[in-house]
Design a protein around this ligand. Sequence first.
Ligand code: AMP
Ligand code: MG
Length: 427
Amino acid sequence: MNLHRTPITVPDAIEKVMHINIHKEKENISLSDTHGRVLAEDLLATHPVPPFPKSPYDGFALRSADTVNLSREDPGEFHVIETVPAGHRASRPIKEGEAIRIMTGAEIPRGADCVAMFEICGTHHKEGKDYMTLKRPMTSGQNVIEEGSETEEGVVLVSAGTLINPGVKALLATFGYNSVAVFRKPKIGVFATGTELLDVHEELAPGKIRNSNAPMIVSQIERAGGEPLYFGKLDDNFDLCYQAFTDALEDVDFLITTGGVSVGDYDLMPDIYEKLGADVLFNKVGMRPGSVTTVASFNGKLLFGLSGNPSACYVGFELFTYPVIQSFLGRTRPFHKRIEAVLGHDFEKANPFTRFVRGFVDFTGGKVHVYPTGIDKSAVVTSLASTNVLIILRGGTKGYEKGDSVEAILLDESQGQETFEIMEGSG
Ligand code: AMP
Ligand code: MG
């Protein structure tokens, strides 16, 4: 085995990974399943909105021509010929001197060109008939939402590649997209390797630890929008691992393994890649943690060999696997959001390589602070629970001090705010 590996920078490693040609595939799914998926086709207005002229208020529809000279001193009286609730249509056009009681969302009756809100109208009953009185003139089109005034038919409202959020879903529903073309989710196989690993239900035994990477990675895949396929844990046995990976590769788009990518006696992944004939894109990255992170391509599929060390494994996934998943899903902006923040604690260690410190972001009061979440060691698992950012400390820098400006990669925006405030001076 070749112990000498040439490290590449994180941006170069990401470029290599993203350079792989990803075959996005479309699939049609039911509208109710589309949240968080990406449109594979443009969303077209299949009809004008609104599809008919409608009333924004409860009121009386009438002819503005009949109201020209109306005033407080000289009000007009209109015969109310019927009531039209939303969802119904007037039985006949209105004529001079007539009005129709109309509810919000109802179609403007033919012949009418304006709506007088109930609030400005009087009503009375005379000889078995209903009347409405109005003391002011109305203009043509007043209180009418014209057909197509929001959008005309045929307009592309949302383009392919857009993430489906609640607003996009409202549009899909508006235009009758019962079945929606989205990009298929990547199927991502997961293996944990290591003879020391126990399953979650097993009791601790001498020299053994529970496999925490697999459940973590499965959850990271889910958070990223991929479809995890967990294949189990494997002992560090070459033939066993080789066979299991070869079989799994038949069924997945990408394969993630954890452990065994280092240079120890039982680190089998390098030899497995070799026997597979996989093209190793890189096997050493100038970063902490996760310098041994390895990515190889095989038959158009990517194999992510993540470190067994939990923090390194976590970081390796977010840096290299996450954007590939986003590309596969059709997102045009595949990378995590980056923010500029104020470092909340000193970070004394020097950074010979770019460091991705597991951190926590706090937005209280509109200020963005990031805090390292615990022991900054690749073998650590306990710092991950409160991690929602990776704080980037550039390579070649000495320690950082509280108050320094840093960049951070936003992983998870589920953290809320304690209070609702509108800041003084905003707007
Ligand atoms: P390796 O990358 O195989 O050299 O493993 C590095 C360290 O991570 C070792 O201390 C392993 O015991 C630990 N480790 C490996 N796999 C896992 C796992 N699935 N869950 C938790 N720790 C692991
Ligand atoms: Mg191992």
